[in-house]
Design a protein around this ligand. Structure first.
Ligand code: 13P
Ligand code: SF4
Length: 304
């Protein structure tokens, strides 16, 4: 089937279903164009919690669809490519987290949303890159365990002054961007501002004019008087950057490295199949979901 036919067929299925179509900002442009809501992981969680629709079509990665299933337990959550995981989320297991907790009794556990439902169930509060600083500050403690992203942990520690016991996890996509890559881009585009995601290594964050979640990056470039930006995150964000800030110029220092294969695994054909079969569905066993929900609800109460 040609793309135009797939798009028409998806639109037609959408009309007949009580559904909301959610897409992360790293999805392919043709997927973002079809979505009812395009956002960062916090925005997508908020939409999943609020929707009245019976079906949530989630174009993102597995932990995001799992969060939607936890927050909306009576909805059918579809993930068009069930193998779209997040390697960073897989870097921490419940068993290993329990061992770390046992070494630091009484220290609260903050888990990044990029974790499995089971890890959320074993944590005290969740956060995304959009609210990690606010979430840690909300606890009013001097030490926290933070899993699994060591780079975000480092950033949050610096911003809050709270002692962070980190986990050695990282995003293979963001962690590949180096300070030398940014310096080379600055030489090429001397007037450009540097805007990066906090999953980048600390040496990259140190060179940034602004550090933000995907939606934070979009907000910043829209409001900044600058006309040119060096962007330190996944290239899928370009679609929304160009839509939100027309006429501004965006440069990706190492575009070949700035790709998340899992985010790109979803395509139009898989979306149409999911809407036809109403599968693959993502579910979370209620004993895990009920504890993970507490962790997510605490984060949503803190907000952005
Ligand atoms: P956001 O929370 O900024 O959407 O990022 C999610 C993610 O997976 C980043 O790699
Ligand atoms: Fe996971 Fe990184 Fe892909 Fe985000 S970009 S989903 S953190 S692998």
């Amino acid at each position: 089937m040609r793309d135009e036919d797939l798009i028409a067929a998806i639109r037609e299925r959408k009309e007949h279903l009580s559904m909301v179509f959610l897409a992360h900002l790293y999805q392919r442009p043709e997927i973002q164009r079809l979505a009812d809501f395009v956002g960062d992981s916090l925005g997508l969680s908020q939409q999943a919690a609020a929707t009245g629709a019976e079906i949530i079509l989630f174009c993102g990665v597995h932990f995001m669809a799992e969060s939607a299933a936890i927050l909306s337990p009576h909805k059918r959550v579809l993930l068009p490519e069930p193998k779209a995981g997040c390697p960073m989320a897989d870097m921490v297991t419940v068993g290993a987290l329990e061992e770390l907790k046992a070494k630091h009794p009484g220290v609260p556990v903050v888990c990044y949303v990029n974790t499995s439902a089971a890890v959320k169930a074993a944590s005290d509060i969740c956060c995304t890159s959009a609210n990690a600083v606010k979430v840690v500050e909300s606890l009013g403690v001097d030490t926290v365990i933070f899993v699994p992203d060591r780079n975000l942990a480092h950033y949050v520690g610096r911003q809050t002054g709270v002692r962070i016991i980190p986990w050695e996890g990282f995003c293979p996509t963001h962690d590949k961007i180096t300070a030398d890559d940014i310096r080379a881009a600055k030489r090429r585009y001397p007037g450009a501002e540097v805007v990066v995601h906090p999953e980048c290594p600390p040496a990259v964050v140190d060179l940034a004019d602004k550090v933000g979640s995907t939606s934070g990056i979009i907000r910043y470039v829209t409001e900044s008087p600058a006309r040119e930006f060096i962007i330190g995150t996944e290239t899928g964000i370009l679609h929304e950057l160009e839509r939100a800030a027309p006429g501004k110029r965006f440069h990706f220092p190492v575009p070949d490295k700035q790709l998340c294969p899992n985010m790109k695994a979803t395509n139009l054909k898989k979306v149409l199949t999911a809407l036809t079969d109403l599968a693959p569905q993502v579910t979370v066993p209620e004993d895990i979901a009920s504890r993970a929900r507490v962790c997510l609800d605490r984060m949503l109460a803190v907000g952005r």
